[in-house]
Design a protein around this ligand. Structure first.
Ligand code: DHB
Length: 390
C-alpha cells in the first residue's frame, strides 16, 4: 500500500493534518494504536485559542461554534479575592471552552464522512527508512499485517512517541524540566460555579475551576505527584477545593465526583522537529505543564505549519517550507513553554522550596504587580489567548 503522507497517531493533531491534506487533494494514511473509543473517552483540556478555532472552522469542522462557549475573560483568585482578566477588552481576543474530546470526535467523524484512511486499534507498529521513502509496518484491528510506503512520515503519536526515538541520539537534543507537584483532576455532576474559569492561588495550593456543560464541571487542584486518586474520598476532594477557592461570599457548587485522575507535570522539547522525511508534531515533540491549556493549541499550530509546508512541497516540489518547519514551529513552542512554566510558578505553592517564606511573599508581590497593572493583565491576556497576529 502506498500513500503520500503516513501519519502515526490519530489524536487531534494527526486527524487535523489528515483532514487538511485531504482538502488539498493530498493522500494520507493514519495509524493509531488506541481504539477510537479509548481516545474519545480520555479526559483532556478544554480551552481553545481563537487561532485553533479558526483552523477548525476554516476547514469546515464547525461544531465548536454551536456546542462550544466563547470566554471573553477569566478570573485570577488570590487568597479568596477575585481579579478579572478581561481578554476581550484588553486584547480584542477571546478563547473557547470546547473539550479536546469533542475536537477529536468532530475530526474523527469528518475523516470518516470523507472516506479517510484512519486505522485505529493497530499493534506492532514499526517505522523505518526515515531518510528515504519511509515505511510503516503494523497489524490492524483484525490482526492483518500491513506495510505502507510513504513519501513523508509524520509522528503525531503523543508524549510517548515511538517515532521520536527512531531519531539517532546524535541528531537531536532533548530539553526537560520536572516540577515538584501534579494536578488532581475531577469531573463533577454540578452546575457551573461561575460564568468564567477561575485560576486560584492560595496558601493551601493552586486550584482551577473549569467547566464542561450545564451539568458537568471540570476542576483541578495541586497535589503531590505520588498521590493515588483511589485513596481520596469525595469529602477530602471538596475540602481541598473549598480551602483554596471559597471565600468572600463565593462558594463552589458541589456534586458527585464521577472521574478522578492525577496528571503529572513536565516540560519537554525535542529539537529539531524533523529528521530526514520524518516530521514531529504536537506532544510527540513537546509537552507543557497543563497550566494555561497550551498543549492542544500548540499541537494544532504545529499542524497548521506542517500542512502548509507539505502542501507547498507536493504542489511545487520546493522544499523551502519543509526545510524551515522545525525552526518556525519551535518559535512558538518556546513561547508556550515559557508561558506554561511562568503561569505554573505564578500560581502554585512550592512546599519543598528551601526559602519557602520568601518564595510565597515574592509570589504574592508578583501577582499584585501584575493584577494591579492594566499592562500586566493585558500581558497575561495576550499570552493566554495565543499571541494572535504574532
Ligand atoms: C482546562 C485545563 C487547563 O489546563 C486549563 O489551563 C484550563 C482549562 C480544562 O480542562 O478545562
Amino acid at each position: 500500500h502506498k500513500t503520500q503522507v503516513a501519519i502515526m497517531g490519530a489524536g487531534p493533531a494527526g486527524l487535523m493534518l489528515s483532514h487538511l491534506l485531504y482538502r488539498a487533494g493530498i493522500d494520507s494514511t493514519v495509524v493509531e494504536i488506541r481504539s477510537r473509543e479509548a481516545i474519545s473517552h480520555t479526559v483532556r483540556a478544554g480551552i481553545l485559542e481563537a487561532g485553533s478555532v479558526d483552523l477548525l472552522v476554516g476547514s469546515g469542522v464547525d461544531n465548536v461554534l454551536r456546542k462550544g462557549h466563547e470566554h471573553e475573560g477569566t478570573e485570577f483568585r488570590v487568597n479568596g479575592e477575585g481579579h478579572r482578566i478581561d481578554f476581550k477588552g484588553l486584547t480584542g481576543q477571546s478563547v473557547w471552552l470546547y473539550p479536546q474530546n469533542d475536537v477529536f470526535d468532530d475530526l474523527a467523524a469528518q475523516r470518516e464522512a470523507d472516506g479517510g484512511d484512519v486505522r485505529y486499534s493497530c499493534s506492532e507498529t514499526q517505522v523505518s527508512d526515515l531518510l528515504g521513502r519511509p515505511k510503516v509496518q503494523f497489524k490492524d484491528a483484525e490482526g492483518q499485517e500491513w506495510e505502507i510506503e510513504a513519501e513523508m512520515l509524520v509522528g503525531a503519536d503523543g508524549s510517548r512517541s515511538h517515532c521520536r526515538v527512531q531519531i539517532p541520539e546524535a541528531e537531536r537534543t532533548w530539553y526537560f524540566n520536572e516540577y515538584p507537584f501534579a494536578w488532581f483532576g475531577i469531573l463533577t455532576e454540578a452546575p457551573r460555579s461561575a460564568p468564567e474559569l477561575i485560576y486560584a492561588n492560595s496558601a493551601h495550593g493552586f486550584a482551577l475551576i473549569s467547566q464542561r456543560t450545564d451539568t458537568m464541571q471540570r476542576m483541578y487542584f495541586q497535589c503531590d505527584p505520588k498521590t493515588n486518586p483511589a485513596d481520596w474520598t469525595e469529602e477530602q476532594i471538596w475540602e481541598q477545593l473549598r480551602l483554596r477557592v471559597n471565600g468572600n461570599g463565593f462558594e463552589l457548587k458541589e456534586g458527585p465526583v464521577i472521574d478522578k485522575v492525577v496528571l503529572p507535570f513536565r516540560s519537554f522539547v525535542h529539537t529539531p522537529m524533523r529528521y530526514g522525511n520524518l516530521f514531529l508534531a504536537g506532544d510527540a515533540a513537546h509537552t507543557v505543564p497543563p497550566t494555561g491549556a497550551k498543549g492542544l493549541n500548540l499541537a494544532l499550530h504545529d499542524v497548521r505549519l506542517l500542512f502548509e509546508s507539505l502542501d507547498s512541497y507536493f504542489k511545487t516540489g520546493s522544499s523551502a517550507l519543509i526545510d524551515t518547519y522545525s525552526e518556525r514551529a519551535l518559535d512558538r513552542v518556546w513561547k508556550a513553554q515559557y508561558f506554561s512554566y511562568w503561569m505554573t510558578t505564578l500560581l502554585h505553592t512550592v512546599p519543598t522550596e528551601e526559602n519557602h517564606a520568601f518564595f510565597r511573599s515574592r509570589q504574592l508581590g508578583e501577582l499584585r504587580s501584575l493584577l494591579e497593572s492594566e499592562h500586566g493583565r493585558a500581558y497575561i491576556a495576550e499570552c493566554y489567548t495565543g499571541w494572535q497576529g504574532k
